[in-house]
Design a protein around this ligand. Structure first.
Ligand SMILES: C[S@@+](CC[C@H](N)C(=O)[O-])C[C@H]1O[C@@H](n2cnc3c(N)ncnc32)[C@H](O)[C@@H]1O
Length: 219
């Protein structure tokens, strides 16, 4: 927010929103991601699960940079960067992104359905504390990404999958409830892992409308 124009500063003052760094929903609308109450309404869930770790030195990975042009997007990456003042934020997108360099934000080009890309991402930039899958929203891609990145999530890390409604949408490889190979099928399997001791070390699964938070055990 260093380069904020005077007009935007005045706008913020009118909102009575200074400082807003700890107000996730305001940050989301300020930077223009649709995660907030003016869009998907995810910020209230993010706030509940992320707030306790706000000041930690975290590595955050988000799949899906957004923006329709090569020089647009990054709204959620800026939101995380501001909300977590000590975190490094990595964004991955299948499309090339030419955004101005910003402190504590790294943007990489890659395909979340490509296990080789994901393995290299995990090796070179992991381990991660928070992973957010807001990419293609296809079930097969979500499962491939989870298989590659969950093992590189730190103990007590949190893995988030957005837009779960696509699990019921044939256009995204989904279908009627119970369809295998979807994000919902994965979450249901993880419920078993939470209850039985298992190699995944899933400690909790929190499912809200269209978004889920999977917590890794402290180990
Ligand atoms: C919903 S947008 C992300 C929005 C952004 N996270 C935000 O909240 O501001 C989804 C992004 O995922 C990217 N995407 C689609 N398929 C992908 C894939 N296979 N691998 C990586 N990124 C992908 C799209 O190019 C698009 O930029």
């Amino acid at each position: 927010m260093q380069n904020m124009t005077l007009e935007r500063r005045a706008q913020l003052r009118r909102l009575g929103a200074r400082p807003i760094a700890h107000r996730l929903d305001l940050l989301a609308s300020w930077y223009g991601t649709d995660k907030g109450s003016n869009g998907h309404g995810y910020t209230r869930h993010y706030d509940r699960h992320f707030r306790a770790r706000r000041r930690d030195r975290l590595t955050i990975l988000e799949i899906g940079v957004g923006g329709h042009e090569t020089n647009s997007g990054g709204a959620s990456l800026r939101t995380w960067r501001s909300f977590f003042p000590n975190a490094s934020v990595i964004g991955v997108d299948i499309h090339e992104k030419h955004l101005p360099a910003e402190r504590r934000i790294t943007i990489l080009q890659g395909d979340q359905s490509d296990p080789h890309f994901l393995a290299e991402l995990a090796r070179s930039h992991g381990p991660f504390d928070l992973v957010i899958d807001d990419g293609s929203h296809r079930g097969d891609h979500i499962l491939t990404t989870f298989a590659a990145l969950w093992p590189r999530l730190e103990p007590k890390g949190i893995y988030v999958i957005e837009d779960l409604e696509t699990a019921y949408d044939e256009g995204y490889g989904g279908g009627p409830a119970g369809r295998p190979g979807t994000a919902m099928a994965l979450l249901k399997e993880l419920l078993d892992d939470v209850q039985h001791e298992s190699s995944t070390h899933a400690a909790a699964v929190h499912v809200y409308p269209n978004i889920a938070f999977i917590e890794k055990a402290a180990m």
